[in-house]
Design a protein around this ligand. Structure first.
Ligand SMILES: C[S@@+](CC[C@H](N)C(=O)[O-])C[C@H]1O[C@@H](n2cnc3c(N)ncnc32)[C@H](O)[C@@H]1O
Length: 226
């Protein structure tokens, strides 16, 4: 039987459900009421890869503009910051204000406090709304807001994985930019949908922890003229 402390609870807007933060003596856990574990701080190799891989594929990273949705435990943000230069900006969009507060507290230790990095910008809100506003363009847009194309946290996130959602994200890319999507498991439809939008797709499978554990999927998608 696991002995953990409940450290916080936050409603997930529009769902009637909530996220909870727990810790035992070694790890932090974010869970969804009625839905199980969303993440834990021990297994983050694929979250790291989501931030690292698209930034490594950019031609220039010194002044890169990166958008990450959402924050979670901050591993994707921390990995992107490691790859980009001192003039870069990495904007992290998080729907739930309490998740940002948790990362400013003890939870922030597990990813090395990337919110404190001067290149980090925090936007509290829905990443779909930010993309739809169409105001800014990015070299990388990395999305891990849910379980993947098959939603888990919020059905409204489905739009991000739809043809209109992909097209909107694509329009927010700078020339040579890349979209990156995380998924808990394989998806037979989603890579084809990215290709339908005229994108070249690379599928990367990453174990949750070292070379063990669940196999998570990352799709990197960009135009062939990159
Ligand atoms: C699985 S976690 C992200 C994990 C993250 N990659 C990491 O490295 O820790 C998903 C996060 O996305 C947030 N989220 C869910 N839907 C969102 C949305 N539409 N816009 C912005 N953030 C969202 C959740 O609150 C949660 O913090």
């Amino acid at each position: 039987m696991r002995h953990w402390n409940a450290l916080g609870e936050a409603p997930i807007p529009g769902t009637g459900r909530s996220l909870t933060l727990h810790a035992d003596k070694d790890n932090f856990y974010i869970r969804i009421s009625g839905g199980g574990e969303l993440m834990n701080s021990r297994k983050h190799a694929s979250e790291d890869a989501l931030g690292r891989l698209p930034c490594q594929r950019l031609r220039r990273t010194d002044s890169a503009r990166v958008l990450i949705g959402g924050l979670g435990m901050g591993f994707t943000l921390a990995a992107a910051l490691q790859e980009v230069g001192s003039n870069a900006q990495v904007t992290v969009v998080e729907l739930i204000p309490e998740v940002v507060e948790w990362n400013r507290g003890p939870l922030g230790e597990c990813s090395g406090r990337p919110l404190d990095d001067p290149r980090t910008r925090i936007h509290i809100g829905d990443v779909a709304k930010l993309l739809n506003a169409g105001k800014t363009s990015y070299d990388v847009i990395a999305l891990d807001v849910d379980n993947g194309p098959e939603g888990f946290t919020s059905a409204t996130n489905d739009w991000l994985y739809s043809l209109p959602g992909i097209t909107t994200a694509q329009q927010a890319l700078r020339p040579g930019g890349l979209l990156a999507y995380w998924s808990a498991g394989p998806d037979r439809v989603f890579p084809g949908r990215l290709r339908k939008c005229g994108l070249d797709v690379e599928e990367v499978v990453v174990h949750a922890h070292g070379n063990k554990g669940a196999r998570h999927y990352i799709w990197l998608a960009g135009r062939g003229d990159r």
